[in-house]
Structure formats: structure tokens, C-alpha cells
Design a binder for this molecule. Structure first.
Ligand code: FMN
Length: 209
């Protein structure tokens, strides 16, 4: 019996170590990983960080970023904050959309290409297999690209909600960010978007210098 218990604790301990190792990995998804086309993200965390009021007091634009990497866990939390599902039944999101259309997409430029955030599966799907487009977007370690229906009068409001959720998560987690209209069309014609969508704005993210 003692033996079974020991094995059980060893197995659970091993699994927790693996989960911890994955979550603490830097965001870097090099081209070797890009060959996989899909990357599972760690589950978004439900606790931690600062209070909403503390985050609001800390929110600000950061324009210079250090080499210190953002972890996969932080990246997962960030994407979830911006465009994640917080009520599985109905697939409702962290941000509201007019008539619940949810007609927005969130992309993330990393060093291994540009990935679409699939909130339902909590995965990154390779959207642009082009090594390192980050310089074209302003050179931050991570760039979020907010796409929405060009013809929806609410789209600007939707992406505004998204980038503010991401900014508040950044403030709560000690991560830097700046929203930019500049260069938001840098990947137009290269990054394939759903029909009728366009990139409205980008958000540069990284650890502050
Ligand atoms: C819709 C929008 C577009 C922006 N575009 C740019 C931009 O193109 N370049 C830039 O350097 N900052 C841009 N910013 C950041 C603003 O300059 C910044 O939010 C403002 O100076 C206030 O500073 P704070 O965010 O620290 O409060 C943009 C902000 C918003 C909300």
C-alpha cells in the first residue's frame, strides 16, 4: 500500500513539474516549433496579479523593452485577457461585442512567425510562417495584432476593449505595452485575414527596460 502511495505521489509530482516547466518557458516559438503549426498554451490563470484598481493606477504606455522574455504563462494570460472565453457556455468573451457578434480576431507576432489565437482550444495556430516580422511592427518581443470586420461600426470599440484588457493584464503582471496605430498595416497583403477583416491596431508587449 505504502508502495502504491509513493508511486502515486511520484507520478503527480512528475506531472506538476512538467506543467510548471511548460508554463515557465519563454514565449519564444522558433521556426522549428512553427513546423508544428499549432502550439498548446498553458491554461490561463484564474488568480494572481494585482487588483483591478491597482492595475488601473499602474496602466501606462511603455516604449522600450528589455531582452528578458515573457513566459508562455504570461502570454497565455495576456491573450486570454484580450480575447479569451470566460463563460464556456455560449463562448462569451472577456470583452463585450455589439449583438454578441464576436467578429474580431487576435494575432500575435513572435520570433517564429505570426499566430492566430484560438480561444476555444487555447492554442496558437500558425497564420504567417515568416521568420521574425517583429522588426516591421516596431521591434517589440511580442506584438498583438487586432483584426475585426472592416464594415462594422463597432469594430473600433471592440478592439479598444481588447487592448485595454490586455493593457490592464500587463499592468497587473509588471509587463510593458504600448498601443500603436503606426505600422498596424505593416503586414497587410501578407497576413491572411478572414474575408472583410482588417487590422485596426497593434500592441507592442515586452518586459520593460
Ligand atoms: C488608438 C491609439 C493609437 C495610438 N497610436 C500610437 C502610435 O501610433 N504611436 C505611438 O507611439 N503611440 C500611440 N499610442 C499611444 C499614445 O500615444 C499613449 O497612450 C498616450 O501618449 C498616453 O500615454 P499613456 O498610455 O502612458 O497614458 C496610441 C494610443 C491609442 C489609444
Amino acid at each position: 500500500m505504502q508502495n502504491v502511495k509513493t508511486r502515486y505521489f511520484l507520478a503527480v509530482g512528475f506531472m506538476l513539474c512538467i506543467v510548471g516547466i511548460v508554463a515557465c518557458q519563454p514565449y519564444a516559438l522558433k521556426n522549428t516549433a512553427a513546423a508544428e503549426k499549432r502550439i498548446s498554451l498553458p491554461a490561463p490563470e484564474k488568480t494572481g496579479g494585482k487588483t483591478v484598481l491597482e492595475a488601473l493606477w499602474l496602466r501606462k504606455s511603455t516604449r522600450t523593452f528589455s531582452e528578458q522574455p515573457v513566459t508562455m504563462q504570461n502570454l497565455s494570460n495576456l491573450l486570454w485577457a484580450a480575447w479569451g472565453i470566460n463563460r464556456a457556455e455560449g463562448g462569451y468573451r472577456t470583452v463585450p461585442t455589439g449583438m454578441n457578434k464576436k467578429d474580431a480576431e487576435l494575432y500575435v507576432a513572435l520570433d517564429g512567425g505570426v499566430w492566430r489565437y484560438n480561444a476555444a482550444s487555447n492554442e496558437l495556430e500558425l497564420a504567417l510562417d515568416l521568420p521574425d516580422v517583429r522588426a516591421r511592427l516596431g521591434g517589440a518581443p511580442i506584438t498583438l495584432l487586432y483584426a475585426a470586420t472592416a464594415g462594422n461600426e463597432f469594430s473600433g470599440l471592440h478592439v479598444g476593449s481588447m487592448y485595454q484588457s490586455a493593457a490592464l493584464y500587463c499592468a497587473a503582471a509588471g509587463i510593458g505595452n504600448v498601443v500603436k496605430r503606426d505600422r498596424s498595416d505593416a503586414l497587410s497583403g501578407i497576413l491572411a485575414l478572414p474575408a472583410g477583416y482588417k487590422i485596426f491596431i497593434i500592441q507592442l508587449v515586452g518586459m520593460p527596460k
